[in-house]
Design a binder for this molecule. Structure first.
Ligand code: HEM
Length: 494
């Protein structure tokens, strides 16, 4: 008991000393709301940090700082400040702080998203961008994705014949998982009847949700060993489950390759080739597992929820839905199947995807960055060790850069060249700079293909009692933003 009291006393002393030091050592720090002793501004974040930070930025400006426990967090909320962080000073912001919930996974340093921005990360990133996500590589595996899209269309036809409403998020997520797993492993993770979709979606969402939780351990690092909210314990189960699945798939492939069967040419083959080549990429059968897991986690839920948001917006905006359908039917015809090679001709569908990503960026605050040294941004100093967030959600809804920002109007993208490739800082759904999402070419193909197939094969209606005006669009915050109440819609063949 006495030891506990002593510990508590020392902890309080450390916190109060830090609080005093912070107040005196914070000259030229970006402005921000005054916090409470010890917890700082933690109590202000609320369940939707992206919205809270967006409102605070209206008072404190496009670069502001908050104190979350013992951590100073700087938030950029304008294209200019985002550019200074992601492009001009990208070297200073090459690494990310690792939330405790993410650190719960085995070998987190071998991931791509959370590895420190050193030469190992650079090598892994180079292999992924040049050998996995190039147009040529993606083209090689497009037939596998076409088959998956046809399967989901078949599944929806059955629901259409019964007039049953479909949980769009679940079907979209399961299909994205299968598109991803066919691109990586040339096999399905979810069965054709989508029965195992629920469990896997749960596992991936738990990881996303826990990563987005305000976790005391992240803001009071000296308390992290206590895991006070049990986040680390809770999320570890999901990581172990995914590691088990991937272990089995990798092992089977290694055995197949040893018995010299024909190579499949998928992502796994590319990675295993690198394991054998000893080309400085630092890949081994063990170190590629966290990378594969990273690609799945980063790619499936984000792409699935974008498709769900897109369908929700289309059902709320029947004229946009109609124009989208007319385009796919005109370009593809009524009998043919949608293919990735049709995408360049589907300008309006591409605009729908872009507009969805503007209003509903799945990673609203991008992934966090940490300053490697003191940096001057917009006349303020971001100190070494400060964490930095970019509020992409807020930037995409800012009336200074977007006309009628809250309207869902894909036409705006037909009139402009703004793109998500990291050059236009008013539109950052995939981030920008050296740590921009490497998977965006694949994400763009998968989402556009699935949406085009949904519109090509079906008309869509809302279940009885729900109208375009009453459809609930409330967001739920995890590290990704999802729709709080799952979208249910009825496919109608024809
Ligand atoms: C709609 C779909 C997607 C969205 C909106 C999205 C968005 C993002 C964002 C915002 C980041 C952080 C960028 C930054 O911090 O500046 C990111 C990182 C990342 N994404 Fe995506 N992503 C999507 C799909 C994918 C897919 C399909 C993959 C892979 C198959 C993928 C793999 C990654 C990886 C590995 C990183 C970490 C990169 C690094 O830190 O070097 N993402 N993504």
């Amino acid at each position: 008991m006495e030891l506990h009291i002593l510990l508590l006393f020392v902890t309080l002393l450390v916190l109060i000393t830090r609080f005093i030091l912070n107040r005196h050592g914070s000259k030229n720090q970006p402005p921000g709301p005054t916090g409470l002793p010890i917890i700082g501004n933690l109590h202000q974040l609320g369940p939707k940090p992206h919205c809270t930070l967006s409102s605070l930025a209206q008072t404190y400006g496009p670069i502001m700082s908050l104190r979350l426990g013992s951590v100073t967090v700087v938030v950029a909320s304008s294209p200019g400040t985002a550019q200074e962080i992601l492009q001009k000073n990208d070297q200073a912001f090459a690494s990310r702080p690792i939330p405790e919930s993410v650190a719960a996974q085995p070998n987190v340093g071998d991931t791509l998203a959370w590895a420190p921005g050193d030469s190992r990360w650079r090598n892994r990133r180079r292999v992924c961008t040049t050998q996995i996500f190039t147009a040529q590589r993606l083209d090689l595996l497009q037939h596998l994705r076409h088959r998956k899209v046809q399967e989901v269309v078949q599944h929806l036809r059955k629901q259409a014949s019964n007039g049953t409403a479909v949980d769009i998020g679940e079907v979209a997520f399961a299909t994205m998982l299968n598109l991803m797993s066919n691109t990586v492993f040339s096999e399905d993770l979810v069965d054709p009847a989508f029965e195992s979709a629920g469990e896997l979606k749960e596992v991936v969402w738990r990881i996303m949700e826990d990563a987005g939780k305000v976790n005391i351990s992240d803001y009071f690092p000296f308390l992290k060993w206590l895991d006070l909210q049990g986040v680390k314990r809770h999320v570890r189960v999901s990581y172990v489950r995914l590691h088990d699945i991937f272990d089995r798939m990798i092992l089977t492939r290694v055995e197949e390759r040893e018995s010299s069967r024909v190579a499949k040419g998928d992502f796994l083959d590319v990675l295993l080739d690198h394991c054998q080549q000893g080309d400085g990429s630092d890949f081994t059968v063990q170190t590629i597992k966290p990378l594969i897991l990273d690609l799945f986690i980063a790619g499936s839920d984000t792409s699935g929820s974008t498709t769900e948001w897109a369908m929700a917006e289309l059902l709320r905006n029947p004229k946009v839905m109609q124009r989208g359908r007319e385009e796919v039917i005109k370009v593809i015809g009524t009998s043919n199947e949608v293919k990735e090679s049709d995408i360049p001709k589907l300008g309006y569908i591409q605009a729908i995807v872009k507009e969805t990503l503007r209003l509903h960026p799945p990673v609203p605050l991008l992934l966090p960055y940490v300053a490697g040294h003191d940096v001057e941004v917009s006349g303020y100093t971001i100190r070494k060790g400060n964490q930095v967030l970019v509020n992409a959600w807020s930037i995409g809804r800012n009336p200074h850069f977007w006309e009628d920002p809250l309207l869902f109007e894909p036409e705006r993208f037909l009139r402009s060249n703004v793109d998500f490739k990291g050059r236009d800082f008013e539109y950052l759904p995939f981030g920008a700079g050296r740590r921009i999402c490497p998977g965006f070419p694949l994400a763009n193909r998968m989402i556009t293909l699935m949406l085009a197939a949904f519109l090509h094969s079906f008309q869509w209606s809302l279940p009885q009692g729900v109208t375009p005006q009453t459809l609930d669009m409330t967001e739920q915050y995890g590290i990704t933003l999802k729709k709080l109440s799952p979208l249910r819609a009825i496919p109608i063949s024809g």
